[in-house]
Ligand binder design. Structure first.
Ligand code: NDP
Length: 241
């Protein structure tokens, strides 16, 4: 069996495609999720990939969850910080709760998951951290001050940790998906999707979760060892950095 990969939010949407892609590439995979037990059970039944429930927004829960995964499957060598939420509102209507929930999950979640795993990766001299940020962390998005701030923060921690991890064999990279056809995006009214969002995507369609999963599998591989601190923009040509 290959290395162990832990994928947060790994039982649905982009995360499920990442879990499946890594399994197909020969990794042992553990998928974390937050609360949707039915989706997690169906995912495990379909794929054989074990699922583990805890919130990435809770540091102590991350420590306990990672301990359980490692006791079951061995040390985490690849960490994919994919779990994410939206709580959209124009800024003048955004509540402190909407701000904090998104920061806690989408930004602090990356700290909460990476911090307990980091020392083990340093000791073993190998690690791959892949952070799923967003096009809206690169360009900003009206109605998503919270999400844009958190996802931009994910790019900052990626670059800082890349510098700290490089001499210990740890690479840290980010992927910024554009609009991908998951539940998060399908929740947008169809009229808005068809009339406002898709016309802004030069390739003329939403992305597929598997198109993000293939970027993750590449960054996780030994062949990507010279790539660290980088951001892959996978957005159908919608935005260039
Ligand atoms: P989905 O809403 O389809 O799935 C989100 C996943 O994250 C679920 O598995 C969910 O668990 C999990 N999750 C949410 N909160 C937590 C938490 N606190 N702790 C642990 N797990 C949690 O999202 P997508 O697949 O669309 O998005 C995945 C990532 O990609 C996110 O970070 C998102 O911001 C990013 N992204 C998505 C884009 C898109 O177009 N879809 C575009 C750009 C970035 P549960 O199943 O239990 O609810």
């Amino acid at each position: 069996m290959g290395r162990l990969a832990l994928v947060t939010g790994g039982s649905r949407g982009i995360g499920a495609a990442i879990s499946n892609g890594l399994k197909a590439a020969g990794y042992k995979v553990a998928a974390n999720y937050a609360g949707n037990d039915a989706a997690a059970e169906a995912f495990t039944a379909d794929t054989g990939i074990p699922t583990y429930k805890w919130s990435v927004a809770d540091y102590d829960a991350c420590v306990a969850g990672i301990q359980k995964v490692e006791a079951d499957l061995g040390p985490v060598e690849v960490l994919v910080n994919n779990a994410g939420i939206t709580r959209d509102a124009m800024f003048h209507k955004m509540s402190r709760e909407q701000w904090q929930e998104v920061i806690d999950t989408n930004l602090s979640g990356v700290f909460n998951m990476t911090h307990p795993i980091w020392s083990g990766m340093r000791d073993r001299g190998f690690g791959r951290i892949i952070n799923i940020s967003s096009i809206n962390g690169q360009k900003g998005q009206a109605g998503q001050a919270n999400y844009s701030a958190a996802k931009a923060g994910d790019l900052g921690i990626t670059k800082a940790l890349a510098q700290e991890g490089a001499f210990k064999g740890i690479t840290v990279n980010a992927i910024c998906p554009g609009y991908i056809g998951t539940e998060m995006v399908r929740a947008i009214p169809e009229k808005v999707l068809n009339e406002k969002i898709i016309p802004q995507i030069p390739v003329g369609r939403l992305g597929e979760p598997e198109e993000i999963a293939r970027c993750v599998a590449f960054l996780a591989s030994d062949e990507a060892g010279f790539i660290t601190g980088s951001t892959i923009s996978a957005n159908g040509g919608q935005f260039f950095v």
